[in-house]
Design a protein around this ligand. Sequence first.
Ligand code: EPU
Length: 336
Amino acid sequence: MKITENHSLKNNNTFGIDVQCSTFACIDSVEELEDFSENILKNEKFYILGGGSNTLFTKNFGGIIIHPEITGIEIVEESSESVVVCAAAGEEWDNLINFCIKNELYGLENLTAIPGLVGSAPVQNIGAYGVEVKDCILKVSGFDFSKKQLSEFSNAECGFSYRNSVFKANTKRDFLITHVFFRLSRKKRFNLSYNALAKTISDRYSEPTLKAISDTVREIRDSKLPDYRILGNCGSFFKNPVVSDGFCAKLLEKHPDLVVFDADGGNKKLSAGHLIEKCGWKGRRVGNAGVYPKQALVLVNYGNASPDEILNLAGMIVSDVRNEFGVELEMEINRV
Ligand code: EPU
């Protein structure tokens, strides 16, 4: 355990927002959690922060930021068909992807190059190119600060949905994920349901390998999404809005070029990036905050943007999309 007082969070959030927290606590083992909970956390206000790639700090945080630094990735069960991999919360997500490629384990390759830590992946059910992490999660284990004990959530108990889970909803904010267990396939099988990925792969490979898929996903992401080390951002700032089939049909009468995907329950998912672009926001800059020129779903910090500058920009976008399309954009990022 490592505790720092009055810690600057500038390097702990990918937006690069310069705020402070009263206490920053790095947790490096499961064993110290009980002691930490009894003697340091007590009844203090706290927030669990992974890589800070989905969090917008809006002001100084007067409480304890808990940051997992527990590491380790190992195969804990195997058969000829599949394996169970246990990955610790403090591992970089991309380390897990590299582990899968080295050991030829299929399932997570479409999620290559997503920034952040393993422990954050289930919280917002990260997803890209037709795969959501829930598809491969067997169970999640961690420490429940309200009950002061270790516990486990099966996949069903995690309550996963599009960019959501019980850990993101207020119900389980007091649960520190320490390990995530994934069931991965030993058999070659790819998810090429996403057109842009399928096309690039078929143009290039007749027999794609696991590494080829992973490299291609990395390349597509690099071409569209800014590197937060160069331009602060949190990836997609908004969720893609889900609307009813009927509403979507009416919208398409007026705007026949809208990008629409099928969603659960017969609903439709609209591309927030496309709606924002149609409102003329793509590439626009207001002060130090802006809309990324290559992907309108991403808001960027052009340097020293204040949280208010980013939130004001987001507010203007939400209002324009509402006025133009009658659709309410919801933020994907957590505001703290
Ligand atoms: N589009 C536009 N203009 C834009 C952006 C997108 O017209 O400025 C259109 C594209 O042409 C395409 C469609 O919208 O037809 C979808 O675009 P894209 O493939 O870039 O995906 P997205 O819906 O914008 C989602 C995820 C991303 C993930 C990609 C790929 C959400 C909120 N975002 O973005 O996740 O990488 O799909 O699967 O679901 C993240 O969460 O941080 C993230 C990057």
